[in-house]
Design a protein around this ligand. Structure first.
Ligand SMILES: Cc1cc2nc3c(=O)[nH]c(=O)nc-3n(C[C@H](O)[C@H](O)[C@H](O)COP(=O)(O)O)c2cc1C
Length: 325
């Protein structure tokens, strides 16, 4: 058999280097690994304690072990070490606000999420989570500025629902990969004939949205921003805003918002107003204008060649499918 030479283009990294020299870039690199989101809780005397955690990982089936890592400075850490029992609540896609409250040390976090005490651990089990794992603290290992807590799972419960995800500094939901439901070949329900028009409507919608979003990424890169920075610029375009409010408005994680703001300030695109809120400078507003202009041009290009009456009809269908608020 003749070996065929496969031509290979060398992939250039967007950023690379020593993690200690560029901690923000290093964090972005780690953010390429998608995780779920958990809230880990314990009962410290009468006080419920809990924090958002995405460093959770499965370790072993026999014995049943899991791990997570906690910042040494975390105010909740002494409670976890003293009680030596905790519960992992795997959050559902509807629980972004719960993650934000437990990720910011919100004083009212336990009144924002209904819960009951676990029978094995006594730790708060949050309603609407997709899984509960009640654990006994098995081991604590050193991990730089974090400690690694290993838990022995004594009781588990799985619930219906779809998990909340966290990747590239932002919340996400799990969906089938577009390649897994190619709309040109997906015949829809088994009994339906395999023609294009019978492809499931939601499949067509998802594929179109995925393709448009991937293509628009290139336009963002040309302007010199990524998805995270462009969301922050868009929100600041509506007026000055504090970092916590930005976190809620953009659905980004706290670190991602902080990093984007630090970069925008360093590059002279954002600053602080007299109340300490962030606002765009003249160059930041220009980036916002370029993003809006680019979005309009891009949409125009994508729709060119489609009759206006079809576009109007598609718009009516999409608006009719929007949730009524
Ligand atoms: C999605 C998400 C994941 C997080 N993952 C971790 C983690 O794995 N370990 C950690 O120590 N903190 C993590 N945090 C931050 C803590 O939840 C946050 O610092 C919390 O407010 C700690 O509160 P405390 O200082 O009152 O204990 C995460 C926050 C979010 C929003």
């Amino acid at each position: 058999m003749n070996a065929t030479a496969v031509s290979r283009t060398v992939q250039e990294p967007i950023e690379a280097g020593d993690p200690r020299a560029e901690p923000r870039a290093f964090r972005r690199c780690l953010g390429q690994f998608a995780t779920g989101v958990t809230v880990i809780t314990t009962a410290h005397g009468d006080t419920p304690v809990g924090m958002a955690v995405n460093s959770f990982a499965a370790v072993s089936l026999d014995p049943p072990l899991i791990l997570w890592s906690v910042r040494r400075e975390s105010r909740s850490l002494p409670a976890f070490l003293e009680t030596a029992r905790f519960a992992v609540n795997v959050l559902s896609a509807d629980q972004v606000e719960v993650s934000q409250a437990f990720g910011s040390g919100h004083p009212e976090r336990f009144s924002l999420a209904p819960w009951s005490a676990g029978t094995h651990s006594g730790a708060p089990l949050l309603d609407d989570a997709v899984a509960h794992l009640e654990c006994r603290l098995e081991a604590v290992h050193e991990g730089g500025d974090h400690l690694i807590l290993v838990g022995h799972v004594e009781q588990y419960a799985r619930f219906d629902g779809s998990p909340l995800l966290f990747a590239q500094g932002t919340y996400a939901v799990a969906d089938d990969h577009p390649a897994g439901h190619d709309s040109t070949t997906d015949p829809g329900p088994a009994e339906a004939p395999a023609t294009d028009t019978d492809a499931l409507f939601t499949t067509l919608l998802k594929d179109a949205a995925h393709r448009m979003s991937t293509l628009f990424d290139e336009h963002r890169h040309t302007i010199g921003v990524n998805d995270v920075t462009s969301r922050v610029v868009n929100r600041l375009g509506a007026g000055p805003c504090g970092s916590e409010e930005l976190e809620h408005a953009t659905y980004l994680g706290r670190r991602a918002v902080e990093d984007a703001l630090a970069e925008l300030v360093e590059q002279g695109h954002a600053g602080r107003d007299p109340h300490g809120r962030y606002e765009l400078t003249a160059s930041g507003r220009r980036i916002g204008q370029r993003l809006r202009h680019s979005a309009r041009m891009f949409t125009g290009q994508q729709l060119s060649g489609i009759p206006e009456a079809d576009i109007a009809a598609a718009r009516r269908v999409l608006l009719a499918l929007q949730p009524s608020s």
